[in-house]
Design a protein around this ligand. Sequence first.
Ligand code: PA5
Length: 463
Amino acid sequence: MMERIRFDFGNLMASNVDGGVDASVLAGLLADRFKDAHGSVMARREQGDLGFLDLPYASDTASRVSELADGFAQWFEDVVVLGIGGSGLGAIALKEALLGPFWNAMSDEERDHFPRLHVIDNPDPHTFSRLLDRLEPGRTLFNVVSKSGATAETMAQYLVARAWIEAGVEEEKARGHFLFTTDPASGVLRQIGDAEDVLMLPVPPNVGGRFSVLSPVGLFPAAVCGAALDELLAGAADMEQRCQTDHLTENPAGMLATLLHQADVTSGRPIHVLMPYVDRLRPVALWFQQLWAESLGKSVLVTGEEHHTGPTPLAALGARDQHSLLQLLMEGPHDKIVLFVDVDDPGVDMEIPPRHPGIPALAYLGGHSMGHLLATERAATAEALRREGRPNATLHLPRIGAGELGQLLMLFQIATVYAGAMYGIDPLDQPGVELSKRLTYGLMGREGSEIPEMPEHDARYVL
Ligand code: PA5
């Protein structure tokens, strides 16, 4: 049974923390600003730009994904997802949250005979060759994920994987070891798939990479390992419905976007730290990092002048990063806000056995559980930050079920488009990544690309 996630933003309010938001400002100026942002997001939805909001209701797609996943799960022992950025991070987030740690090291029985899942989101030859050395071509499926169907890193991995499969299985069977997830009509991956009769799943044209986690991009890898898609999508739908109101105090994504935007533009806190206190959500923090950065880091013209906007997201993990970042968060510049993620029921817990009763530094731990220690450290850290005048907030998940995860992922995506409206930028594009792609094409000799002139290395500046 899915329970709703809760957003506790008390430690961002002036009544609790120095420099926090005044309740009257929240009820007045910020509530009005949110109404405008909500209106412009709804207008974009009407125009058909925000396809991610409709994904929880795409039941035909979910059925097709489940059907393919069920078949593939019976044939293959290893599924390798090839995809980068929005085409890889969502699958990693779902894998870790829903399948838990060490999935690939578990026995067939422990995995209920579902395949191992590898998401390779970087074309590092060391990683890829070591993985291939461990796989059996005849029992391996590659899910090649690219919305554009032309991303250099993913296509390079595909070409290597294709040759590896062809060297290891009968020629006519090779195409059966691939599933392409790509645009339904355009792109070279679609062309290859059509020409070679490779099975394919669609990424809706109005769903961009970093908003695609609930499309077949994330759904197939999750489903092939047995994740409950209906619960995931029901959770996302529930959040989508909670966020249909333009009343700020009732809209969790609106509140999140409003407070983070306010922290940046008014309180001089452009660094937004997302810090879950559970290992399984660490990849969600990395997924959020991309979502927030690529969507909101933009240059805009305001009355003819170029302005640069965008908070800097930072993925952290509690309690580990209390021993890495916390010193900076407590005493460094007042330029950060911390968003914790806490899980009420960790699912698995371990009692800490009492031992060494005569050593107070250890004796107090005995009789508690490790889950309780983590939760206590989160609460203590939030309070320590508050006492130092460091605003923070907490997202509470009742548990890490598919439904709760669906809510969380939808919450962040809706908050991102609201924040885009507040910053006055388009959160759906990423023009800033094009130049390095063009230079790469030129340097790699892609036909039709200009070979770029690169500055000589100046020996004076190389040690
Ligand atoms: O969020 C985005 O749009 C990007 O991070 C893309 O997902 C990434 O560049 C990969 O693109 P593609 O799916 O076209 O290979």
